[in-house]
Design a binder for this molecule. Structure first.
Ligand code: GDD
Length: 337
């Protein structure tokens, strides 16, 4: 990858879990990494603070819903690689704000693609390569399991519907304008940097607080929901590999192993020597209007063509997440949400 030393990469959504790991990966290869960051009331950028402090990442204020701003940034920066990770990414919240979700998660993709189409090449004249963060949520109520690149989409949330738009418009721009534009259909992927609103981190943080006697119960929704949970640093490697191919192509990225939320609880509480059944309550408030019951991916094509494989297992990931949250509680870093 040293061939890319000095190349410019633009990551939208850089302050999120995946953006932070991807920025580290690219910066370590000597790329000039820029991240688009939306201004929020909460200005904490804890996931990328170390990169910012070391000068290996530069932040550009902006928002993918503002097409003019995206166009201006693209034409000034002229990156070689564009990773579009920005989205309203909370599935449950997408029923509360369906239009805002459609704008950020759906139309935002088009704004970035349109800027790529018009700017076309990077500062050295090479064609810009574009990655879209598609999601297994697009499969929704899938008719078959495991889901692969050939499984039809049946999204079950406003978020999933918006992601399907982003996916198809990426395919359409590739076919219409011969852009190097690809989608990674990533199944759930978690880490020590996951946001607290997602179920894995909600559980591991609760385990840490319960272990230290600061909390006794945690309320969850559907314990029977099943997900294919991988480790985020493994998944950002796949994003880059997709942009390294000779031909643009979409790939499913998954572990092929699924667990229920109940099994997640067993594993996480077990790590701390606790009995999950004494601490987990079910609260209908966390149930969704429509649920996906079985998500499990077939990443055979990525393994064969990208040489990609997940390295960290579900059990090892949960162990790391519980340890990181106990460390946070012990050192008072509760603000890392
Ligand atoms: N968040 C949450 N909170 N989920 C819960 C809870 C709870 O208290 N209790 C049960 N769940 C169940 C949800 O109903 C869902 O079936 C499952 O846990 C996973 O929920 P999340 O962790 O919120 O993730 P997600 O699957 O909805 O979405 C994530 O993965 C997608 C890829 O498939 C997000 O990262 C999306 O942005 C991503 O596209």
């Amino acid at each position: 990858m040293a061939a890319h030393a000095g190349a410019i990469a633009l990551i939208t959504g850089v302050s999120g879990q995946d953006g932070s790991y991807l920025a580290e990966l690219l910066a370590a290869q000597g790329m000039q990494v820029y991240g688009l960051v939306r201004r929020k009331a909460d200005t904490s950028n804890w996931r990328i603070q170390a990169l910012l402090d070391s000068g290996r990442l530069s932040v550009i204020p902006g928002d993918v819903t503002d097409g003019g701003a995206v166009m201006r940034i693209m034409s000034q920066l002229r990156p070689r690689f564009v990773f579009n990770l920005a989205a309203q990414s909370f599935v449950h919240y997408s029923w509360d704000v369906p239009l805002a979700t459609a704008e950020a998660t759906g139309l935002g993709v088009l704004n970035v693609l349109e800027a790529v189409r018009q700017v076309r090449t990077d500062a050295t004249g090479q064609a810009i390569r574009f990655y879209q963060a598609s999601s297994s949520e697009m499969f929704g109520n899938a008719a078959s399991e495991p889901q692969s690149e050939n499984t039809p989409f049946h999204p079950r949330s406003p978020y999933g519907v918006a992601k399907v738009f982003g996916h198809h418009i990426t395919v359409n721009y590739r076919e219409s304008y011969e852009l190097f534009a690809v989608s990674g259909i990533l199944f759930n992927h978690e880490s020590e940097r996951r946001g607290l609103a997602f179920v894995t981190r909600k559980v591991t943080m609760a385990v840490a607080l319960i272990k230290r006697g600061l909390q006794d119960k945690v309320a969850l929704g559907n314990l029977d929901a099943r997900r294919d949970w991988g480790y985020a640093p493994d998944y950002v490697r796949a994003m880059q590999l997709m942009l390294e191919q000779d031909e643009p192509r979409d790939f499913v990225i998954a572990t092929g192993v699924s667990n229920t939320v109940r099994e997640l609880c067993e594993a996480a509480f077990g790590e701390a020597g606790l009995d999950w059944q004494k601490h987990v309550e079910v609260d209908p408030a966390f149930m969704r209007p429509a649920e996906l019951h079985i998500l499990r991916g077939d990443s055979g094509m990525a393994q064969a063509m990208l040489g990609w494989e997940p390295e960290v297992s579900f059990g090892e990931m949960i162990r790391r997440m519980v340890a990181a949250d106990i460390d946070r509680v012990d050192s008072g870093r509760h603000w890392e949400v």
